[in-house]
Design a protein around this ligand. Structure first.
Ligand code: NAD
Length: 250
């Protein structure tokens, strides 16, 4: 299918977790649409592979743990010395293991909640002042249907993504009088590496709830991200965009 062309020329985008999966597809489409792209990811092997495969002078990749504010702040300062950051895609996330709440390891629970909420918070906190200065910004926070519906045996992930949704609604309103849009997206399951963190039964249960009866394709996801990240999105903000194949009806 021929893709709609988005104009991201003269735009700089930070994509967290961009070394693979959803993030990588977003990076590819942004580059194709003329953007300068910076990947922040913690996986050095995937970063090296992606950077080599894409071989694009408009791409910079950094090892950044988005759950560490100091690191995020340092890298933001480096970028904003020479350029604005126009687009932020808070995509880095982990599901954690499949376990009931009462059997969940406490530190693991904290890590999953922390990355999904604090990773999003840290990047917004560091980058939003630059967007305010420039009076332009498009932020998309990648949540999940789990954050709206709650998935059994995934309490930490459901809480983390619900937190990202709450953050979006709050920050979107704080910035609504500026040309800065903050939105969240709530995908259902897609066949990326993240599924390896869950049991096969859990993945099958998730899929059985999707009326479309199949996984979301990464390119379908990227299409939604592109519109939300584009200059064409002049009104929608503080909102949650569903892409769950009919699973969530709100
Ligand atoms: N794939 C799905 O079924 C699905 C469904 C709903 C929501 N999501 C969400 O979409 C986003 C992307 O998921 P994906 O399926 O592409 O996963 P993935 O595991 O393929 O990719 C996630 C990337 O995030 C990076 N990352 C992890 N922790 C990080 C950290 N602390 N700092 C920086 N980078 C970090 C990983 O190294 C990896 O490259 C996640 O937020 C996920 O929760 C995925």
């Amino acid at each position: 299918m021929e893709k709609i062309a988005f104009d991201f020329k003269n735009r700089t985008a930070v994509v967290t977790g961009g070394a693979q999966g959803f993030g990588l597809d977003i990076v590819k489409r942004f580059l194709k649409s003329g953007a300068k792209v910076i990947i922040w990811d913690i996986d050095p092997e995937m970063i090296e592979k992606t950077t080599k495969d894409l071989n694009n002078s408009n791409l910079i990749s950094n090892i950044v743990d988005v759950s560490d504010y100091k690191e995020v702040e340092k890298h933001t300062k480096n970028i904003t010395k020479n350029s604005n950051i126009d687009i932020l895609i808070n995509n880095a996330g982990i599901t954690g293991p499949t376990a009931t709440l009462w059997e969940y390891d406490i530190n693991m629970w904290k890590n999953v909640v922390d990355l999904n909420i604090m990773g999003t918070f840290n990047c917004c906190k560091a980058i939003v002042p630059n967007m305010i200065k420039n009076n332009y910004g498009r932020i998309v926070n990648v949540a999940s249907v789990a954050g709206k519906d709650g998935n059994a045996n995934a309490s930490a992930y459901s809480v983390g993504k619900a937190g990202a949704i709450g953050l979006t609604k709050s920050l979107g309103k704080e910035l609504a009088n500026k040309n800065i849009a903050v939105n969240a997206v709530t995908p259902a399951g897609a066949n990326t590496r993240i599924l390896d963190q869950m049991t096969k039964e859990h993945v099958e249960r998730m899929l059985s709830k999707v009326p479309r009866g199949r996984f979301l394709e990464v390119q379908e996801f990227t299409s939604l991200i592109c519109w939300l990240s584009s200059e064409e999105n002049t009104f929608s903000t503080a909102a949650v965009f569903d892409i769950s194949g009919g699973r969530s009806t709100y």
